[in-house]
Design a protein around this ligand. Structure first.
Ligand SMILES: [Zn+2]
Length: 189
C-alpha cells in the first residue's frame, strides 16, 4: 500500500514476547523464504502470527527483499481493490499519528483491536498480528497492528484468482500449513 514515509524515524523497542516465535521458543532468526539471517543483521523483516484464541495457527518472519518479490506477484487490480478496502475502513495515517503522540509505547494500544472491524482480540477469537522488526528491535510505525480473521477473509475475497494462487503457493511451499488455512494476507503496507 502506498503510504507516506515520515521524516521522524519510527520508534524502536525490544521485540515483545507477542512477536517471538512459538516454534523457536524465542526470536525469529531466519527469513522463512530465503533463509537469510534476520536477527543478527540490520535488514528489516516482517513478522506475521495468526492465532485462534491463544493457539498459534501459523507464524513466519520474512525479509523485506522476499516480501517485495512476493508483492510483485500481486496483480494490479487485486492491489487496487485491497487499497480501496483499507481506505474505506481505516485511516492508517491518522492512526499512526494518534498512536505516536502517546508518550509510551504500549503494545496493547497497537494490536488489541482489529484495524478494520474494531473488535478486540477476545471478541475476534481468530486474528493475525504483524510487525516490522530490525535485529532484536520492533519498529513502531504503521505497524504493529492486528487484523481479525473476519476482515482477513473479506480482504482475501478481493484478490484475483491468479494472485490467490501465488499466495497459496507461498503457503504450501514455505509454511507447510493445512490447505484450509489459505487466508494469508501479504498485501498490506
Ligand atoms: Zn528472505
Amino acid at each position: 500500500m502506498d503510504l507516506p514515509d515520515y521524516e521522524d524515524q519510527p520508534d524502536s523497542r525490544p521485540i515483545p514476547p507477542e512477536f517471538e516465535s512459538f516454534a523457536e521458543d524465542g526470536p525469529f532468526r531466519q527469513c522463512q523464504v530465503c533463509g537469510c539471517p534476520i536477527y543478527t543483521t540490520e535488514q528489516p523483516y516482517l513478522i506475521e502470527r495468526a492465532f485462534k484464541k491463544d493457539e498459534v495457527i501459523f507464524e513466519y518472519a520474512i525479509c523485506l527483499d522476499c516480501r517485495t518479490k512476493m508483492q510483485k506477484q500481486i496483480s494490479q487490480e487485486s492491489q487496487t481493490r485491497v487499497d480501496h478496502y483499507f481506505h474505506e475502513h481505516v485511516d492508517l495515517i491518522q492512526r499512526r499519528e494518534h498512536l505516536m503522540k502517546q508518550s509510551d509505547r504500549r503494545l496493547v494500544d497497537w494490536i488489541d483491536h482489529c484495524i478494520i472491524t474494531g473488535k478486540s482480540r477476545e471478541e475476534a477469537g481468530e486474528y493475525q498480528i504483524m510487525s516490522i522488526c530490525s535485529a532484536d528491535h520492533m519498529l513502531y510505525d504503521y505497524l504493529p497492528m492486528m487484523i481479525s480473521a473476519e476482515a482477513m477473509e473479506e480482504i482475501t475475497k478481493l484478490l484475483s484468482p491468479k494472485t490467490k494462487d501465488h499466495l497459496d503457493g507461498f503457503v504450501d511451499e514455505f509454511l507447510g500449513l493445512p490447505p484450509e488455512i489459505h487466508n494469508l494476507d501479504l498485501v498490506i503496507l
